[in-house]
Write a protein that binds this ligand. Structure first.
Ligand SMILES: *Cc1c(COP(=O)(O)O)cnc(C)c1O
Length: 507
């Protein structure tokens, strides 16, 4: 027998174990070396340069190559030109530096390779996930009827919220079991309310679930970018007059754009009065559950019928790691499917837990271990302090920006996002000019790799955005960043201003 392939699997032989150790050591070294290789979050390589470097990796050999050759290719083609998310100057998106326990847990998750769909494929891991879900359900404030499941992230969790709410509404309004019979004809009357800044996956889910994007009714926001309950009530009334069926409201605890947290108690109140399903998208703000200073912002999460919480954002877990919760576990029955090979009805009678019944995925990662190891090693107190630190730093940064006449701040940070823009000393009344300078600043910093920030548009104006997840950031480093942003802004202003001036004379 040709046994050359056996060395590539884990088993009780020195050869296998040594190879596993070697590959792991080299992989770890590749990453630890990167921490010292550069002092910037990005190499600044152009797309052309990156495409060229990747081409070298494209050559797939018919005969295996030496480890060091492959590792070097990966270093040059991938690691070198990756966005280094653990660098404190990488502040563009809700894209976190993963904590070390999460990285160590991944090693265990990968090697055990449990699949969370059926108990027989994850006999112990099933209970780990269940324990962690129960721990969170209690933390949210749900009763023992509360339940949940790990998901691939916020998009999937929001989809599940809409899915369960839609099925329940069709049962209530049309006595139709959508799971069996499909959507009733009149399903196009169903309406979902959410604020302007609700995540796009809400609308996308409505489209995927056969309700159409038009099923989403956008509710106005107050000046803190929170969903305005009064406008919601008006809209509901209007919808009913039109013969339409509002059945759900989606609130957001931590909008992606502003980090603003909707007033959950007020929304829950009218949702209850109007018999609407309340889903809270706490993909971002769900981490406040452990905050010492800001927990009050999410203390009413327990009023929601369903909740999205992402762990690969402000919980500092490696991608992917998310979760979905329901107040009443019976609601999962709306999507339960019994496959004889996975989760037969007999299994259920025997009390065997098959998580597939609560999930829209079949084969599923054991992501719960990452979060468990993080809490076990760090403790929830330290975790909460870390979240508070980043939020307070964002608030302090907003103050720095306000003191400086070269900047305009858009939001009072409720959590750790700051939106701002550079204001030129001349032509500042010309929106297009101001927009161009700010776009230029964002681009220039990405191209140098020095500071990674996001650009976004609010009220037709371009803003720069710091999403300050990284606890390694300090107020003095933020001060230095702002000075640099100002320098670059002034430089672009000078270059562009001359062109702009000439152009405006002839306009
Ligand atoms: C990130 C985010 C989502 C989407 O979550 P993914 O994990 O990226 O799928 C949904 N809602 C909010 C508020 C988010 O910030």
């Amino acid at each position: 027998m040709n046994t050359n392939f056996t060395q590539w699997f884990l088993h009780a032989s020195d050869e296998s174990q040594n190879r596993y150790q070697t590959l792991m050591d080299k992989a770890v070294k590749l990453i630890t070396d990167q921490t010292t290789r550069t002092n910037h979050p990005f190499s600044g390589a152009s797309r052309q340069e990156i495409e060229k470097a990747v081409k070298k990796v494209r050559n797939i050999p018919t005969v295996g190559q030496e480890i060091d050759v492959v590792m070097e290719e990966i270093q040059n083609g991938l690691v070198k030109n990756s966005l280094w998310v653990s660098h404190p100057a990488a502040m563009a998106h809700l894209h976190c530096p993963p904590v070390l326990p999460s990285l160590a847990a991944e090693v265990i998750i990968n090697a055990l390779n449990q699949s969370m769909d059926s108990w027989d494929q994850s006999p112990a891991a099933t209970y780990f996930e269940t324990e962690l879900i129960n721990f969170f359900a209690r933390k949210i404030g749900y009763s023992h009827e509360g339940d949940g499941v790990f998901t691939s992230g916020g998009t999937q969790s929001n989809y599940m919220g809409l899915l369960l709410a839609r099925n329940k509404a069709c049962q209530t309004y049309f006595s139709v079991n959508v799971h069996k019979e499909g959507l009733p004809f009149a399903a196009n009357k169903l309406r979902i309310l959410c604020s302007e800044h609700a995540h796009f996956s809400v609308q996308q889910s409505a489209a995927q679930l056969g309700l159409g994007m038009n099923a989403i009714v956008k509710v106005a926001e107050n000046d803190k970018h929170q969903l305005c309950p009064n406008d919601a009530k008006k809209k509901i009334e209007k919808l009913r007059v039109q013969g339409l069926l509002p059945f759900m409201v989606v609130a957001t605890a931590g909008t992606t754009d502003f980090g603003s947290v909707d007033c959950l108690s007020e929304i829950a109140k009218f949702a209850n009065e109007e018999q609407l399903w309340l889903h809270v998208d706490a993909a971002y703000g769900g981490a406040l559950l452990f905050s010492h200073q800001y927990r009050h912002l999410v203390s009413d999460l327990c009023l929601a019928d369903s909740i999205t919480i992402d762990f690969h954002k402000l919980y500092y877990q490696s991608i992917s790691c998310g979760s979905f919760f329901v107040k009443d576990k019976k609601d999962f029955q709306q999507i339960a499917y019994h496959a004889d090979y996975l989760n037969s009805e007999e299994d259920q009678e025997d009390g065997i837990i098959n998580l597939v019944e609560k999930s829209v995925q079949t084969t599923k990662r054991f992501d719960a271990l990452k979060l468990l190891m993080t809490f076990k090693l760090m403790g929830t107190d330290l975790f909460g302090e870390m979240v508070d630190y980043t939020i307070n730093l964002a608030k302090e940064t907003a103050l720095l920006l306000k003191e400086d006449l070269s900047f305009e701040v858009l939001n009072e940070p409720e959590i750790n996002v700051v939106l701002f823009r550079y204001l030129p000393s001349e032509h500042f009344e010309d929106q297009t000019f101001v927009d161009e300078i700010n776009l230029g600043i964002q681009r220039a910093f990405y191209q140098s790799g020095e500071l990674i920030m996001a650009k976004t548009k609010q009220d037709e104006k371009v803003y720069l955005k710091f999403t300050m997840l990284n606890p390694l950031n300090t107020i003095s480093s933020m001060q230095a960043h702002l000075q640099r942003v100002k320098q670059v802004g002034e430089k672009i202003e000078k270059e562009q201003g001359e062109i702009w001036y000439e152009y405006s004379i002839y306009r």
